[in-house]
Design a protein around this ligand. Sequence first.
Ligand SMILES: *Cc1c(COP(=O)(O)O)cnc(C)c1O
Length: 344
Amino acid sequence: MNIKYLVRKNIQEMQPYSSARDEFKGEASVYLDANENPYNAPYNRYPDPLQWKVKEKISEIKGVTPECIFLGVGSDEPIDLMIRVFCEPHVDNIVLPDPTYGMYHVAAEVNAVEYRCVEPDENFDIQADKILKACDDHTKLIFLCSPNNPTGNSLNRDEVIKVIENFPGIVVLDEAYIDFSSQESLTKKLSDYPNPVILQTFSKAWGMAAVRLGMAFAAKEIIAVLNKIKYPYNINMLTQEYVLKALDKHQDVKKRVKELLAEREKLAADLSLLKCVTKVYPSDANFILVKTVDADNIYRYLLNRGIVVRNRNNAALCSDCLRITVGTAAENKILIEALKNYPG
Ligand SMILES: *Cc1c(COP(=O)(O)O)cnc(C)c1O
């Protein structure tokens, strides 16, 4: 597989913007190259456009070389860039299971790219053959999310591998919730294949949603094209500094994840005893999907008590389902008490 032939022609042929900081790397004593203000150091200077310090630290933790890492403003940025790099508007398409994370089809629609939904099985798991059958010559990307949002299940690893091995395009595997999963990240196998792009984020297990930092791991040829078309200074210096410090304390993340997983099990057990809950779906993430007797009504009932959950009643195969994030023990208790008192 040669990635070059999958990239849109205009993107293959364009010259990327070359910033002052791209052309000069290293240490100098006088910087008069970027029309920066000499005052207000260090924030007067443009940040490192390729965030090498941050990538080197991520590399140590994830075991992926820095050249195979892209950093974006949340996962939203690589999701959008992937579609813009590989999909010709009004011509190409993407394939994805439904229900899944909403940003894939939104990014497709913004870019005038057709999206094709494939129904999963009754456990919300994928079948590789069914997904591959939905593809044609214009399918450039398949989006898979594991653990999946909003259903919480991890996808069958053998089926994911089968898609990666048999699809002659790119497979974007969104691992936003991988730190909560009993499955290993596929980053360990990244170098075995030319075509997966694995997405992770600082928004969930790292507890840094406000910071807006997402990661993509892929073959360096794919990362190079993402870098070619991104905004030159997409990750600001405040973010890079903050994340560098957080990466030094990555053991704390493991501890917090462990606590949340214990809470998840308790919450699942408590939910399953409620009269208004008819099914608690197994979760490999930091949220739980539940089927209820009346999702719209329970959603409004909880809102009136100052409790917000996610109403997924209108998502495919999710009628009367609510998606509940695992909170602190105290927050979960407030939710359970409210639901115990639900009349109906
Ligand atoms: C929350 C979430 C993300 C994170 O998006 P960011 O832009 O990094 O905050 C990515 N993918 C899925 C499936 C999610 O649920």
